[in-house]
Design a protein around this ligand. Structure first.
Ligand SMILES: [Fe+2]
Length: 178
């Protein structure tokens, strides 16, 4: 007999492949496998959600609002890792001037009253509950064009370190402002 003759591989039973879910079992019953609940927002959607939750909780901010006819009033409502939340009031006629937000992104939420945003696409009326999300470098001007006070909430991420002012107003037609 030839000693180099190959031997047949042993016959084995077919292996049943189970899904990870079957192997892991019920993930809700294994606490250490769950993602920890996020204490602080980290995505744009979460910053928008944070602003909405603060807007809905008037007890957190309503008593803090002040109206100041001499200057725009603002109050830092909350800070967290990499973000800040500001509360602003606007008496009739007050405006921000055209500006951008440096390296910060932001979420603007109108809490009370009505504001007009003059951005790249022209004026936009923002009533209570309206939200605007903007990226770094976005320039706009916000004005209270009404006869009533207005309150807004501003989330900046990262926190606002500069707010460069721009000289021209986008409210003016191109032919006029050029
Ligand atoms: Fe702004």
């Amino acid at each position: 007999m030839n000693s180099t003759t190959a031997t047949a591989a042993p016959v084995t039973a077919p292996v049943t492949v189970e899904s990870d879910l079957q192997i892991a079992g019920d993930i809700l019953s294994v606490q250490h496998l769950l993602q920890p609940a996020s204490e602080h927002p980290a995505t744009v959607a979460e910053f928008v959600g944070l602003a909405r939750s603060i807007a809905a909780n008037r007890a957190e901010w309503e008593h803090l609002v002040e109206y100041d006819a001499t200057t725009r009033w603002y109050h830092r409502l909350r800070t967290g890792p990499g973000y800040e939340v500001w509360l602003l009031s606007w008496v009739p006629g007050q405006g921000s001037g055209r500006h951008d937000h440096g390296a910060s992104s932001g979420v603007l939420t109108v809490l009370d009253g009505e504001l007009t945003e003059h951005g790249p696409r022209g004026p936009l009326t923002l009533g209570a509950g309206a939200q605007r999300v903007f990226a770094p470098g976005y320039a706009h001007e916000v004005v209270n064009d009404t006869l009533e006070g207005a309150v807004s909430l501003h989330v900046y991420f990262p926190g606002l370190t500069e707010m460069p002012m721009h000289s021209c107003s986008p409210a003016l037609p191109e032919a006029v402002s050029a």
